[in-house]
Design a protein around this ligand. Sequence first.
Ligand code: GLC
Length: 679
Amino acid sequence: MIKRFRFGNPIETDTVINKCDISLETIDKFTVTNEEKLVFTYQMDPQDVVYGLGENINGINKRNFTYISRCMDGSRHTEDRNSLYAAHNFMLIKGKETFGVFFDVAGIISFDVGETDIDKLIVTSDDQDLDVYIIDGTSMQDIVTQFRAMIGRSYIPPKWAFGYHQSRWFYKTEDDFREIAKKYQEAKIPLDAIYMDIDYMDEYSSFTINRKNLPNFEGLVSEMKEQGIHLVPIIDAGIKVKPGYNIYEEGVKGNHFCKDANGNDFKCGVWPGYCHLVDVLNDEHRKWFGDQYKFLLDKGIDGIWNDMNEPSIFYTDERLNEAYEMVDRLRGSELDLQTYFGMRKKFSTLSSNPKDYQLFYHDINGKKIRHDKVHNLYGYNLSRAAGEAFERMSPDKRILFFSRSSMIGMHRYSGIWTGDNHAWWSHLKLSIHQMPNINMCGFLYTGSDIGGFGSDTNEELMTRWVEFGIFTPLMRNHSQSRRAQELYVFNHTETFKNLVELRYALIPYLYSEFVKAALNNDSYFKPLSFVYEDDARTYNIEDQLMVGESIMIAPVYEQNCRGRYVYLPEDMKMIKYRSLDDYEEVEMSKGDHYINVVLNELIFFIRKNHVVPMAKPALTTKDMDFDNLYLLSYVKDPIEYVLYDDDGYTTDMEREEHFHKITVNNNECHCTSKKVTLL
Ligand code: GLC
């Protein structure tokens, strides 16, 4: 049951697609005060648990910290960061009352989940105009499923997107890309995609190619595709101000850019220097931007990532001039403590400065709206531009697509990655925490930069991160570090080969669980408590996750750790994996266990009366046989598993023939349309 409460006269966010009528009652779960800002307060019991809020930092349970939905570019995801790149305003409260709540608002909103007052949840919206949805249900998953049905079906990528992906900022030439493919092939580590970061562009200008480094871009795309490898270029939000550059010229002529207070195209600095920002909140301008993706699709590209779309602003002339004035004023003088720190702050706040978001305007259906009022809609609509364009230009074939900035609503068009993390153990753990909450907010295709984007990684951290990454839908190794971190550079390449092979072997299960979750408004990753709602212990477990209906994972995420405690909420079968030819299967009883897990080992668990369909891995998904499957199983009673499988790119996913029934009874298994063998 969902109730919608309206405050003021909100701007349409296009977040909710199945809206219920506005309730005439007053909201009863929260006390509401309305002074300068709209404040919603909820009295929490000590044992109440708060889930949701998507990508935000800290634990799966969000209590005792404040999260602010203000989409923001920032590369240090430290424990005190209130905002990352997303606005995921959905929460689930479980305790004396259990309900979901979604704040549908385009502006900045903060969630103080017991930080100021340990017993209070205080939600403060800068904008006094918004809709609040309260969702009641029979279980936590039921609440999430109702919410997800309300916001519409999650984006589903092609099957090859479940392969392993290699990325690194600084791959430049055709030979760079060839070499990566070759080295992976030599090491026999499967690979389905190599990413192209901003260096493939001409002067970092979106929808251009640097022909000096990539004279035969089109040829390279098809050469790679013949090997089963997809090249995935990046697109940045800012459009370089450069006479002669077609996108710039057309954008100016068509009035597609956001305007400053005087009606001129707003100018800010990003990678290419001065840029304009497309007014993607306007239908016509969004369509124009979407149409530009044809440039890449025509070249054979079928996977793209969208970046810097918060929108990220490195500087504006206004902010730079303030800083220069300060330097001019202080030049030659001795700096006292306050002046010194004041000057440092001037420079450290040049980027993503809230004042800059007040400098430009959108034209939303003929209404001029200042950007800061609708800030969180920007990344969403920039990626929506692409998603809508793909629906127009490639109606029969799914395109891999994910974005850095996001807001709920965008989940219908795109996946997300969690941005610029670091090669820190705490960020491996953070990624484990982020996944289930991101799923609750509708984004199913997601993952973090494996190995860490910033700082240098090391072989141990990379190994553990790959072990977790095997289960994330997006399994991408991406970095900007000095130290190379392609999997073939490390000493124990064999371990990485074995791990990535497991990922490929699991694709039938991972893909099936993913697509079913999308079609049924279910989650792919869940906290244990979602499945074992009556088991109080599970509410304290933040380092184990359910992956689909059959698997529980318990990753190792600490330095020099060669084992860990695992809590089994029911009897399960542990798989201790070293390679596809060398793994143990151990039946274990409900309760606590300490399990040794040396570095080349990975453990995961199969729930009782469940199966995990697998296939024989190959060097790319293109070469895999998905009609001959093998079943890992822990079956005591007759069971049935519904396997989803299709050609991997169709957009018509709900067809009956994509659902294959597997039955297991008395050590025998049968499938309606595939050959299945019990392992
Ligand atoms: C941003 C992205 C990162 C990318 C870099 C260069 O920092 O988050 O993934 O590599 O820009 O494009």
